[in-house]
Design a protein around this ligand. Structure first.
Ligand SMILES: [Zn+2]
Length: 56
């Protein structure tokens, strides 16, 4: 499992399919965002639901 270094989305390949950013295996924690209006989503700057790394 890898995380995008740009948008922090959890992805499979070496390139993020969403923003074309580089991905890394070196990330900490996963957060699942269902509601982009939630406090955690706002704090992490997430604008689309999905799985994200807490720290990349
Ligand atoms: Zn990305």
């Amino acid at each position: 499992m890898r995380a995008c270094t740009q948008c922090r989305r959890i992805v499979k390949g070496t390139k993020c399919p969403v923003c074309q950013g580089e991905t890394t295996r070196n990330f900490q924690g996963i957060v699942v965002i269902f509601d982009t209006e939630s406090e955690i989503a706002k704090k992490l700057g997430i604008t689309a639901p999905g799985k994200y790394a807490i720290r990349v």
